[in-house]
Design a protein around this ligand. Sequence first.
Ligand SMILES: Cc1ncc(COP(=O)(O)O)c(C=O)c1O
Length: 175
Amino acid sequence: MYALMINVTKTFLPPIDEFKSILQRAWDKTWITNRGELVKELEQSLKNILGVPFIPLTNNGPIPLQIAIKTLELKGELITTPFSYVATTSTIVWENCQPVFVDINPDYLTIDETKIEARITAKTTAILATHVFGNPCDVEAIDRIAQKHKLKVIYDAAHCFGVKLRTNLYLILVM
Ligand SMILES: Cc1ncc(COP(=O)(O)O)c(C=O)c1O
């Protein structure tokens, strides 16, 4: 019996030899936790490349989502997308908030901004949208809705590293 694997998506990895000399520095110093020099260098390089002032690296993708929800002190209902990695929804639940799903745009696979307002209730405090496979959400429309209803907005930008919309980087969370 033959099994045929068809990748829906596949991680792009650069040649491992490019990383070996960098790893060697961590091995030489035996410092791999608590903000070693490689972490600081990576943060600085990312700030330079992306032109943003703050990049706190975290160990995985759910952590920055949780930090955002905690920092904004969100409660109640968060409008979100059903088409994302499980962390987008599980962090909402983990932070004792309730996910409210809005369907996606079939062309861009991002949250359908035209359907958001119908799901807003008195308990809604934020929109947590995911940029998908390099397609950014309609951030301008989402900003307008958020301002009108006094909602906070978080973008899960795991799939949109470095993507620019017009001239702005909508890269709230990078994983
Ligand atoms: C949209 C999205 N958000 C969050 C995550 C979580 O990131 P991590 O794999 O670092 O836990 C992923 C991971 O694939 C993701 O695709």
